[in-house]
Every structure is written in structure tokens, then in C-alpha cells.
Write a protein that binds this ligand. Structure first.
Ligand code: G6P
Length: 472
């Protein structure tokens, strides 16, 4: 039977050491959350880093057995690889460039070598697992070289690459000293997916301008192969969030949270620690709300959850310090003995707690400066099948192309965001409901099953097209 091998740098669960041995915890980030519910169907497997470094063979075997039960296969990476391939190249070159922060990029030859080595390790491991007819679906920017490495080993293999982060203008991408190798790496895939049409066009433009390749509509032609480049906006497991939000435990927990904040209206944000998420700008916008609309003092609380992420990378450390300082200054300046304006948490919460926060919140603020898609906003919408709430969404998130019933804002226009919060807090219930219903229709129709179905069907279609062209 044909199987799909899902590949990503990080597995959807991470292995942690505990007093009693190894335990599993859900990984952070949209990719793990989004695909987490579908990967272990029909004999599929998922290959990736288990989030722990150990060179001890016995420990590695133990971890392998633990994960095997869930159809997960670990790729073990050394501490040095994590520093160079993951932190140094993936997150200090590709991430800042793709998120329009070229001044944060740090170009080092040794990190590029490590990126090449790790992509080769993944290729070797996949090669051992693949049988004729299988499909390999590679996810995200940490593995840009992998499609070509697999293609070199196997001409006929069905290979797809999906990038979950934005693809920038070629004028930015060209700054990367190894830009051509990265583009050629991705082009090993038969089907290349992005969340938005704009990102797919930027990728095609880069192939034309930097590699001088010929294209026909969304088909990029290159030596020995051609790749289709298309947009597939990712959805969520909407039913899971709807079910959780309707469960008595979550409803009770939401009531406890609201009571803990004296029944104030809660403004919620949930992000991984990342400079692309617009966290600093958002705190400034909230401060403006308190200045320009003082009637909301003691009536609202900004519940800000920041999920720890990449804290060994220097720009993330700097950001963390800046957030800590700014939250402290807003709370000290505007707070009082009976009211803290920002309830700030730096933690990873289980999905039930996130669900309770979505249920309790009056306003959800999703205001990234750049985001490939963003699934938090879709989770908020799915949690509001009943009840009230307003989503304020950055026009620079991929999801803004779909959730047009949200209040769309430019996250850098601080006063604009402050006014949007004020308008949301006083929005009539009928308008809240109408906007939520509009977004709910989108989130329910274009959910995770739809995304997987569309993408994999298209991959099979392309493969059979190629086969019939070859046999002609
Ligand atoms: C984003 C990326 C994913 C990544 C996740 C968490 O969603 O698109 O590829 O896994 O962030 O980041 P981390 O660096 O912890 O894997």
C-alpha cells in the first residue's frame, strides 16, 4: 500500500527527560498543531527531530521505541547541528530573510555546511524507508535542500515541498549567499506549496530572476524536471476546537479565568516568542488604548501568552528582554493596587487551557508583522461557534486573505490598532455574531482535512500527468 512520508525538522511531539524516563509533549507552532491530527492515518509515518539531543545509543533506541507506537521516526541531531543548522542557518538566515528582517541575518559558512549536512542526513534516512509508489511530503524551510537530494537518489519518487513561512521578494532572497542552491533544492519537488498566492508568485519570480529559468503560468521548468508552484491555505482541525469549547470542563475553566480578572473584558494574544509576531507593537497599541480611551482602565485586561521559542538565538533573547521591560513599564505606569493592565505569561499551555482562554476572551489580537498563515486566529474563530468575540487580524498574516470578516489592521499603525481594540470592545453583539459566522464558514469548510485532501490529490494528479507524458 502506498504511504505518505511526512518530513519536517521537528516532530509534532517532543521528547523530554523526566524523573521516570522519557515523556512526550506536543510541539509548539502551527505545523505541529495543524498536521498533528492527521499524520498517523493509513500507515503514514512522520520523520523529524524529537527535540532532544543524545548521542547515547541505548537512549536513542529507547526514544525510537517510544515514538514508534505513534508512527513517528526520530532523526537524531547533535548539539552542534542544532546550534549551526537549526539556530544558525534556519533561524538566523532563512527565517529573518523570509520575514523581511534582513538586518537580523547572520551569514556563516560553517552554518551553511551544517545545513547541507543535516539535509543529507534526512535524505539518507528517508531513502531507507521509501518503497516504490510512496509519496514524500516535506515541510518547511529547514529542509529546502531535501527535495533535490531525494530526487537525485530516485527519479520517479513523488516529492512535495510545502513552505509554511512567507517567501519574500527576490530582491530580499538574493541577499542569501547560497540562494541559488536553496532554490534548486526546493525545485527537486514535483509540487511546491505556499499558503498564499503572493508567496507562490514570489517564489516563481525568484526562479526567473535568480536562476534564469523558464516558466509557464505556475510551472517552473528546469533541467530534468518541472515543478508546479501553487497556493494551498492551511486550515485547522475545527471540530476539535469546537468540541473543546463546548465541553463543561473548558466552560468551567473559562469562568474561573474570567472571575480571576474580576469579570473584566479580556483581550487575548497567543504567540510563540518571535519578532515576526508584532508583540512589541501590540503592547504599544494597548498602551495607546489606555491613554486615548481611559474609560477602559480597570474594565479590561490584556492577557498576553508568549510561548517560549528559539531562546538560544540572540534576536529572540533581545526580544524577550524588551517584552519583559515594556510589560513592566506599562503595568507600573497605568496599573493600580487592584488592577494589572497586562497579565503576561511566558509558558507553554495544554490545548484545554488555550481553549478556555479563547472562550473567555472578548477580543483576540493576532497582529504579526509577517506570518505565512497563522492558525491561532482560526482556533479562536472555531472556539466561538457559541458566544461572542471579535478577531483583530493583521493584514500581513496569510490568514487575512481568508478571514475577511475580521477587523483587519496594519500592525505598525499603532493608533489604528488602538482604535480597532476600542471599536471591538464596544461592538454590538449582532455585528460580532455576523462577523464570527462569516469567518466560521471559512474555517469549517477549508479545514485541515480539506487542505490535506486538496494537496495530496493534486500531487497524485501531477504524478500521473508526468507518467503519461513520459510514456508518450
Ligand atoms: C513555525 C514554523 C515551523 C516550526 C514552528 C516552531 O510554525 O513554520 O516550521 O516548527 O514555527 O518553531 P521551532 O523552531 O520551535 O520548530
Amino acid at each position: 500500500m502506498r504511504k505518505t512520508i511526512i518530513v519536517s525538522n521537528r516532530l509534532p511531539v517532543k521528547v523530554l527527560r523526566s524523573a521516570t524516563g522519557f515523556i512526550l509533549q506536543t510541539s509548539e507552532g502551527g505545523l505541529a498543531t495543524g498536521l498533528g491530527s492527521i499524520y498517523n492515518q493509513a500507515g503514514n509515518i512522520w520523520i523529524g527531530w524529537p527535540g532532544i539531543c543524545t548521542e547515547d545509543a541505548a537512549e536513542q533506541e529507547q526514544i525510537r521505541l517510544l515514538l514508534q507506537e505513534f508512527n513517528l521516526i526520530p532523526v537524531f541531531l547533535t548539539k552542534e547541528a542544532i546550534e549551526r543548522f537549526y539556530e544558525g542557518f534556519s533561524n538566523e538566515v532563512i527565517w529573518p530573510i523570509c520575514h523581511y528582517h534582513p538586518s537580523y541575518a547572520v551569514y556563516k559558512e560553517e552554518n551553511w555546511s551544517s545545513y547541507q549536512q543535516v539535509n543529507t542526513i534526512f535524505a539518507r534516512q528517508i531513502q531507507q524507508l521509501v518503497v516504490a509508489g510512496d509519496e514524500v511530503w516535506i515541510h518547511d524551510y529547514q529542509l529546502m535542500l531535501l527535495p533535490e537530494l531525494l530526487r537525485q537518489q530516485n527519479d520517479l519518487l513523488s516529492i512535495a515541498y510545502f513552505q509554511h513561512i512567507p517567501f519574500p521578494s527576490h530582491e530580499l532572497f538574493r541577499l542569501i549567499p547560497w540562494r541559488n542552491q536553496l532554490l534548486r533544492g526546493i525545485l527537486g519537488a514535483d509540487l511546491i506549496g505556499f499558503h498564499t498566492y503572493d508567496d507562490s508568485r514570489y517564489f516563481i519570480d525568484a526562479c526567473v530572476h535568480l536562476l534564469d529559468l523558464k516558466t509557464r503560468k505556475n510551472l517552473v521548468k528546469h533541467v530534468g524536471n518541472s515543478s508546479y508552484v501553487e497556493a494551498y491555505p492551511m486550515g485547522i482541525d475545527n471540530k476539535k476546537f469546537e468540541r473543546l469549547a463546548a465541553s463543561p470542563q473548558v466552560i468551567a475553566r473559562a469562568a474561573v479565568i474570567k472571575a480571576a480578572f474580576n469579570e473584566s473584558q479580556l483581550i487575548l494574544s497567543i504567540d510563540r516568542l518571535d519578532y515576526s509576531k508584532g508583540i512589541i507593537e501590540r503592547i504599544h497599541a494597548y498602551e495607546q488604548l489606555l491613554i486615548q480611551y481611559p474609560q477602559y482602565k480597570k474594565k479590561v485586561v490584556y492577557y498576553m501568552l508568549v510561548v517560549p521559542s528559539r531562546d538560544a538565538v540572540s534576536q529572540y533573547k533581545i526580544l524577550k528582554d524588551e517584552i519583559d521591560r515594556l510589560v513592566g513599564s506599562v503595568n507600573a505606569r497605568y496599573g493600580s493596587s487592584d488592577w494589572t493592565p497586562i497579565a503576561y505569561f511566558y509558558n507553554t499551555y495544554p490545548i484545554e487551557e488555550l481553549s478556555a482562554l479563547y472562550v473567555a476572551a472578548s477580543v483576540c489580537l493576532v497582529t504579526p508583522i509577517r506570518d505565512g498563515m497563522n492558525l491561532v486566529c482560526k482556533e479562536f474563530i472555531a472556539s466561538k461557534r457559541h458566544g461572542k468575540g471579535v478577531l483583530i487580524l493583521s493584514e500581513l498574516a496569510g490568514s487575512a486573505k481568508e478571514l475577511i470578516d475580521a477587523i483587519l489592521v496594519n500592525p505598525c499603525e499603532i493608533n489604528g490598532v488602538a482604535h480597532a481594540i476600542a471599536n471591538s470592545l464596544s461592538m454590538p453583539e449582532e455585528e460580532q455574531r455576523a462577523r464570527l459566522d462569516g469567518s466560521l464558514e471559512n474555517v469549517s469548510t477549508y479545514n485541515i482535512d480539506h487542505w490535506v485532501q486538496q494537496f495530496t490529490t493534486r500531487l497524485r494528479e501531477i504524478k500521473s500527468l508526468q507518467q503519461s507524458e513520459m510514456s508518450r
